[in-house]
Design a binder for this molecule. Structure first.
Ligand code: HEC
Length: 254
């Protein structure tokens, strides 16, 4: 007869537990940072902090009643220029983004002072270069949200990156002992399903703003399954063994 040993989290040595815990903590901080970043980019799309369905529609489908530069100046670029200068730029765009007026009305000067520190080839950022008039004109056209090429770029980065993160989070969690097999398999596979739904919903929202709520459901459910695996894994590594120890000591005392 063979004896089968069950590998579980609570019986691991301190070295492995420390390794797993270090990884889980850094990934959790990374997750929080991602949420902070989302607040500053998408969250500000409607000019107010905090993610809303409007933010998601503006980011992916666009704010088709106005130009990209106008919605950015009322959104995540709001802090980059004074109220007066922002209105000056917006007025110039609404009047047709004319090249002569660009120089005569001082728009060039505002951009040189407030924008080109980041919006130029020198900054190395993948954002429009406002030292070039053509790039300013491009963002003065109707806001149709994120471009397909940017969408393809962020999609593949997210699919590869997040799948990798959940590989290890799922592996660690798969060693939990206090969760039924069915629940465990469900929670492990959930982030992958919601990741695909989340990314698919970006593309759907780009085409039709009614899919914006699916972005929130996909992203939110992914975060929930992450939190569940994280809490159970940490609990079984550090708290459960102590509870077992206390129980054993209590029995020995009797
Ligand atoms: C501190 C750096 C920085 C400064 C200064 C800055 N921007 Fe930006 N801008 C960014 C970054 C980063 C993005 C891309 C992320 C985002 O949309 O928030 C961006 C995006 C934009 C976009 C959207 C581009 C696109 O193709 O979607 C517009 C329009 C824009 N900025 C306008 C301005 C204007 C106008 C100013 C000056 C009044 C300005 N920005 C100043 C960093 C900056």
């Amino acid at each position: 007869m063979s004896t089968t040993y069950k590998i579980n989290l609570s019986s691991q040595g301190t070295a492995i537990k420390s390794l797993f815990t270090g990884y889980l903590i850094v990934i959790a901080i990374g997750y929080l940072m991602a949420l902070v970043q989302i607040q500053f980019t998408h969250g500000m799309a409607d000019g107010k902090l905090g993610i809303s369905v409007d933010d998601i529609v503006y980011s992916y489908y666009g704010k088709r009643s106005g130009s990209v530069i106008e919605s950015q100046l009322n959104g995540s670029m709001k802090a980059m220029a004074s109220e007066k200068d922002r209105l000056k730029i917006i007025n110039w765009v609404r009047k047709g983004a004319n090249e002569k007026a660009f120089h005569d009305n001082g728009i060039r000067k505002i951009m040189d002072t407030n924008c080109i520190a980041c919006h130029s080839a020198a900054s190395g950022l993948p954002i429009p270069d406002f030292t070039k008039f053509e790039d300013v004109v491009k963002v003065s056209e109707t806001d149709t949200g994120i471009s397909f090429s940017s969408l393809a770029r962020v999609s593949h980065i997210h699919l590869f990156g997040i799948a990798f993160i959940f590989m290890f989070v799922g592996l660690i969690f798969s060693l939990a002992s206090g969760i039924s097999k069915a629940l465990k398999s469900t929670v492990i596979v959930m982030p992958y399903i919601f990741l695909v739904i989340d990314i698919a919903s970006w593309w759907l929202t780009k085409l039709n703003p009614h899919f914006a709520w699916l972005v929130i459901i996909g992203g939110g459910s992914m975060a929930l399954s992450f939190a569940f695996m994280w809490i159970v894994s940490i609990y079984e590594m550090w708290i459960l063994p102590r509870i077992r120890e206390d129980d054993r000591n209590a029995l020995l005392d009797e």
